[in-house]
Design a protein around this ligand. Structure first.
Ligand SMILES: NC(=O)C1=CN([C@@H]2O[C@H](COP(=O)(O)OP(=O)(O)OC[C@H]3O[C@@H](n4cnc5c(N)ncnc54)[C@H](O)[C@@H]3O)[C@@H](O)[C@H]2O)[C@@H](O)CC1
Ligand SMILES: Nc1ncnc2c1ncn2[C@@H]1O[C@H](COP(=O)(O)OP(=O)(O)O)[C@@H](O)[C@H]1O
Length: 276
């Protein structure tokens, strides 16, 4: 039986701080996202919005024109352009809103270049197949079906206990695994395993995973020296807390439906709560 530690609000508070007088937009963390596609431009918007709302000082976006236009329409603060990789970047987010079957060779080359670098990478959805072999420090964020596909690719036995499966994959690929669900599990390659309870089923709605990827990019960029498993757990905790706030979940009420952008909008009060 795998030892799993429950991640708490006070654990989370170690990864958030209010900016001080000596901070500037760069010291607060620069997140670059290479996400979204013509098929899923919305995922790009959701990740960018979440990175800003988690407190990034600077957010860059690289992607197809349709997605880039949608990002700018929602967040003109974002710096858009293909040269993001040649500017300062503290964390990358790749793959959300993309389909590996539709990926061009040029896109695969660009993603592999990011994964061969030294900047930490959050690998989501359509880029998960590129995680094995990455040299950059990385964190993968599969849901149950994506996780089963990855186990098959790695010739590991799918099914079985989730925590054991997450640890096996983390050890096999040499990166941190965040396995999404009502109870999200985070496993580091050394076997350290955390659990984070979402606390509300209203979070199970399209696009909330894209929001999570943006949150994780911002927390990674702001905490350059922290272990990725702890960053992942802190990000997942704040994401779940934002969902509880957005859905008005209280001890006496199960709350109400929310959409992914509601979760992003509730990130600032969730972080204020963590800082209090
Ligand atoms: N607004 C947007 O642009 C959105 C874009 N999205 C993107 O859409 C692409 C495809 O993502 P999908 O997750 O739909 O595709 P997948 O092909 O990975 O999974 C969908 C299928 O898997 C099954 N499944 C089994 N367990 C599941 C689980 N725990 N969670 C989800 N599905 C499960 C579903 O029944 C469904 O048939 C990704 O690139 C994703 O980032 C989605 O995030 C939705 C919102
Ligand atoms: N039953 C549930 N209760 C609470 N949270 C859930 C539940 N199912 C999924 N989630 C959370 O919702 C999010 C869904 O992410 P994902 O499956 O990637 O969706 P999408 O691809 O549409 O963005 C994850 O953060 C996951 O942990």
């Amino acid at each position: 039986m795998v030892e799993v530690r429950e991640w708490t609000r006070s654990d989370t508070s170690r990864y958030f701080r209010a900016p001080a007088a000596e901070d500037d937009k760069y010291t607060r963390g620069v997140v670059a996202l290479r996400t979204g596609s013509a098929a899923y431009p919305g995922a790009a918007v959701l990740g960018v919005e979440a990175a800003w709302r988690t407190g990034a000082g600077f957010v860059r976006y690289v992607g197809e024109e349709r997605a880039a236009d949608a990002v700018l329409a929602r967040r003109p603060e974002t710096v858009v352009g293909a040269d993001a990789g040649r500017s300062r970047v503290d964390a990358w987010v790749i793959g959300s809103g993309t389909d590996p079957a539709l990926r061009t060779d040029a896109e695969s080359v660009a993603l592999r270049e990011i994964l061969a670098g030294s900047v930490p990478v959050v690998i989501d959805a359509g880029a998960l197949d590129l995680a094995p072999g990455a040299r950059a420090p990385f964190l993968i964020t599969p849901h149950a079906r994506e996780f089963a596909r990855l186990q098959e690719r790695l010739r590991l036995q799918p099914g079985g206990e989730r925590a054991e499966g997450a640890r096996q994959v983390a050890a096999n690929i040499g990166g941190t695994v965040l396995l999404k669900g009502a109870r999200t599990l985070v496993a580091a390659p050394d076997g350290t395993t955390f659990a984070i309870e979402a606390g509300t089923g209203w979070l199970a709605t399209a696009g909330t995973g894209d929001v999570l990827a943006g949150v994780l990019g911002a927390v990674t960029a702001a905490n350059p020296d922290a272990p990725l498993a702890e960053i992942a757990a802190a990000g997942a905790w704040v994401h779940g807390h934002a969902a509880r706030i957005a859905a008005d979940v209280t001890a006496g009420s199960p709350g109400h439906p929310i959409v992914a952008l509601d979760v992003a909008a509730a990130l600032p009060p969730a972080i204020a709560d963590v800082l209090a």
